[in-house]
Design a protein. Structure first.
Length: 436
């Protein structure tokens, strides 16, 4: 691997989003200029991929790194740090190598290596750039691993999925199909009869188990490539026609709501997504335009309860996207009518843990009392060791060691009693949240 996951260039028509842009070509121009918001789950998946790639490349046992930290913004072996070293406070950069991560990576590595036991017959690659620009100039990506069995003329393409919330199918999976197309083109100098695509998802329950595969012959792969080319051309048309035809006609032609909206950055401002959510709400709670009443859960019949459960994620994801968009707008000076920005509850933290440790030592506090391995305990946990007859006096005696700073802002109705935060000041907070 030449660079960390987080530092790689990402294609506009990324294979990971192919399911979306193939069904909803308008989502590409809709998301132009909207920054993708990385989630903790996605960043943790990146950490697991970093560990998996390193172990495949070097032959290390994943258990070697148990209770270490993965820095997803650092390359090479330096990406791993011992637990007794401070990994920093960035929750989207540093991730602990847990037993669960070790088990998942072990299963993935063992599966991939089982197809490459004949060293003289196999060509293996890990985290290799795959070029699909012969289908569209903006389609490329990085494959997790490939194994070419030369004698058998058989190419295997592997996709490691660490997530467990969304089960990934191997059948009709355009992301995998694109990786297969790119890997086949990468090995164009070798004769190929078939390409097998594999999904390895150790933490998600699936009737077929954690490792699933789909075999393509070259004719099937060519048919899939034709579908990709058609979808890419439609994306180009969506770009060219945006603003050139009425918005309603453009949306009707190029926007389609579906399960692919889940990770779309534009869903908060998408008319198709909004209309689909309204339709779901109308079918679930009552007709649009009527007074919607929410039935208590214990009064729902089995059919309505099932319908609400089936659509809950769709409605919830849309509402969350709207909340995040509204908060972002407020932080940029466009606060929605009837709302304001307020500071989140501030937590106390040490200004300089080393200075606090020295002062506690002078007060006779044993080092074992200061640490909850491997980190220095918080002000709240060590407050009782400072002089004073009560909480206020003890906090006053430690005040020079402690700062209190909010971790972010929330967007709330004007009726909320907390004071509003000025838009310029909102930039000083570390994180932003949605509507409370």
């Amino acid at each position: 691997m030449t660079e960390a996951h987080s530092q790689r260039a990402h294609a506009t028509l990324a294979p990971s989003a192919a399911h979306r842009w193939m069904h909803c070509p308008g989502s590409i121009p809709m998301t132009d200029g909207i920054a993708d918001k990385t989630t903790a789950a996605a960043a943790e998946g990146t950490a697991a991929h970093e560990l998996a790639a390193y172990c495949l490349e070097t032959g290390h046992d994943p258990a070697t790194f148990l209770e270490m930290w993965v820095d997803i913004e650092t390359e090479g072996q330096n990406r791993f740090a011992r637990l007794d070293e401070d990994p920093g406070r960035d929750q989207l950069r540093y991730f602990e190598v847990t037993e669960e991560m070790v088990d998942a990576v072990k299963e993935y590595c063992a599966y991939v290596l089982s197809f490459a036991e004949d060293n003289d017959n196999c060509l293996c690659s890990v985290e290799e750039r795959l070029d699909m620009t012969h289908l569209h100039p903006e389609v490329y990506g990085t494959g997790d691993a490939t194994v070419l069995q030369m004698k058998e003329r058989h190419l295997h393409v592997f996709d490691f999925k660490y997530g467990k919330g969304v089960v990934v199918e191997v059948d009709d999976n355009p992301q995998l199909g694109l990786y297969g197309s790119g890997a086949a083109r990468r090995h164009h100098n070798h004769k190929l009869d078939k390409v097998t695509l594999h999904v390895i998802q150790p933490r998600a329950e699936h009737p077929k188990g954690p490792c699933r595969s789909r075999e393509y012959d070259l004719i099937e792969l060519l048919d899939f490539e034709a579908d990709i080319q058609t979808a890419g051309n439609t994306v180009d048309a969506a770009r060219e026609n945006r603003g050139a035809i009425p918005d309603e006609d453009w949306a009707a032609t190029y926007l389609t709501a579906g399960d692919w909206c889940r990770f779309c950055a534009a869903q908060a401002v998408c008319s198709a997504r909004r209309e689909a959510s309204l339709q779901v709400a109308a079918e679930t709670f009552g007709a649009v335009g009527d007074d919607i009443t929410l039935t208590p859960p214990d009064e729902l019949d089995d059919e309505r309860l099932a319908n609400i459960l089936l659509e809950a994620d769709s409605i919830g994801n849309y509402v969350k996207a709207v909340q995040e968009f509204a908060h972002s707008q407020a932080c940029n000076g466009k606060t929605p009518k009837g709302f304001k920005l307020v500071a989140k509850r501030a937590n106390r933290k040490w200004i300089d843990p080393d200075t606090a440790e020295d002062e506690l030592a002078m007060l006779g506090v044993d080092t074992s009392e200061m640490y909850a391995e491997p980190k220095f305990r918080s002000p709240a946990q060590l407050e009782r060791y400072f002089p004073g007859k009560n909480k206020d006096q003890r906090q006053a005696s430690m005040a020079h060691l402690v700062e209190k700073k909010s971790s972010g802002t929330n967007l709330v109705p004007l009726s909320d009693p907390r004071p509003a935060v000025k838009v310029g000041a909102a930039e000083e907070f570390a994180t932003v949240e949605g509507v409370e």
